[in-house]
Design a protein around this ligand. Sequence first.
Ligand code: GLN
Length: 453
Amino acid sequence: ITIADLVRESYKRIEEVDGKVQAFLTLDEERALARAEELQSKMGTDEGLLYGMPIGVKDNIVTKELRTTAASKILGNFDPIYNATVADKLHAADAITIGKLNMDEFAMGSSTENSHFAKTKNPWNLETVPGGSSGGSAAAVAAGEVPFSLGSDTGGSIRQPASFCGVVGLKPTYGRVSRFGLIAFASSLDQIGPITTNVEDNAYLLEAIAGLDPNDSTSANVDVPKYRSALTGDIKGLKVAVPKEYLGEGVSEEVRQSVREALKVLEGLGATIDEVSLPHSKYGVATYYLLSSSEASANLARFDGIRYGYRADNAENLIDLYKKTRAEGFGDEVKRRIMLGTYALSSGYYDAYYKKAQKVRTLIKQDFEKVFEDYDVIVGPTTPTPAFKIGEQIDDPLTMYANDILTIPVNLAGVPGISVPAGLSQNGLPLGLQIIGKHFDESTVYRVAHAYE
Ligand code: GLN
């Protein structure tokens, strides 16, 4: 089997299923095949960590000369002139980028229904959502179109779709992976991370993309371990904490049941399990929407019709050009966030909302630090329910926001978290187990996830 065969396999599968699943926004087979030829010639010599592996990339990660839209009309014709650091790293690891994956516009959403271009379907049941915002990234892996993909996670956007689609998705520690070239949503929360069918592949992909980057001052100068050597299967004596807030109200009974069963498995492997409390979790969603929308309102100011992408016609003057471009170029959810964020940052309201939310964020972070003084990992569900029907929550933003009630605190604290498949719901949809670790301790997260899976 040649590398070109692998690429053709991937395209064949895409041809077969993507008309229905609609995970991909941009494909370029010719380019992928040319890259396969290039890699074929170095076989046996100095092969990279992901040598010849087909990978899909979320469409908010800029890729040179490969259209990058963040699923927004405002970037509908944007062909970047540079690569995100992770795209360069994939190249250096000898992976092959197959195409760009659908998402909620600017990563705002939990169902991929906010994409300007297409609604991705959950491969397990085409009437349900794949989750979001990295819905294309999770669906493409679940449907067997690519074995690896990259997503981004600001409040749950890797873990929630991984859970809904029955695949493995990790949000790394904030600072673990460079954000250079990730189209910014909320810069203090955004992280790029790997989505795969199993934990071992996930560990390889993280190793390939992690590390300090001089182009991202928030990337951390912390050594990148060989994560795969943590996959020993041995978790004897490991201390597992289960927050009571994660099995409480709002979490469906079948989800709780699947977590209880997972805990039995971990116990059977020699881990000890205790109930703990993360008392400020209940403020997570409110805190997150204030902070992330505030940051988004500043980050999205650059889309003005002058520098990037879409520009409205028939503007009467410069201000009118900005207004028309943004009115026509952004979708409803993005506008909602910009308005909320602008309001929260405005003078007179700043102290009451933004500053207050920053303080609560610190309390949430301290909740985690306290538990991690005594425990190695925190375990709970990834989402309160399995995948819901397309259209079911789209008119109700607050219900949609509640999808991330269990993932958001992890972003606010900056710690790593993974979702691994944990059985099926009564109606045959995947459930996910979330495993959360200490800052920069992805190794232990992977160790537990691997022992469990
Ligand atoms: N669903 C959350 C939101 O809409 C999280 C999105 C994300 O992690 N990018 O903001």
